[in-house]
Design a protein around this ligand. Structure first.
Ligand code: FES
Length: 105
């Protein structure tokens, strides 16, 4: 089971384990991080699952779709490390992935 490291908005860092095949959003939510709202449930229509991904994992992430890119554009906290966590499938290749929950819009 791969490991995910989650950094909250307050800077608290916690390691959790997640089933490969879930989305990164589902792993975060299932481990009780209430500040990741994920309002649309993973339909790529809300951007409340926005995270910043550590650069060392950038090459291992699935490519960004046009819809994800457009949604992230609506966030003032967007930067080069921004992704929607519901659009990243958690896999064994992402073991040790570190994400920081983005600021609330
Ligand atoms: S949960 Fe809504 S866009 Fe990811």
């Amino acid at each position: 089971m791969p490991k995910l490291i989650v950094v909250t908005r307050e800077g608290e860092e916690r390691e959790v384990m997640g089933d490969a095949g879930l989305s990164v959003m589902e792993v975060i939510r299932d481990n009780g991080f209430d500040e990741l709202l994920a309002i649309c449930g993973g339909c790529c229509s809300c951007a409340t699952c926005h995270v910043h991904v550590d650069p060392e994992f950038a090459a291992k992430l699935p490519p960004m779709s046009e819809d994800e890119n457009d949604l992230l554009d609506s966030s003032p906290d967007r930067d080069a490390r921004s992704r929607l966590s519901c659009q990243m499938q958690f896999t064994n290749a992402l073991d040790g992935l570190r994400v920081t929950i983005a600021a609330e819009d």
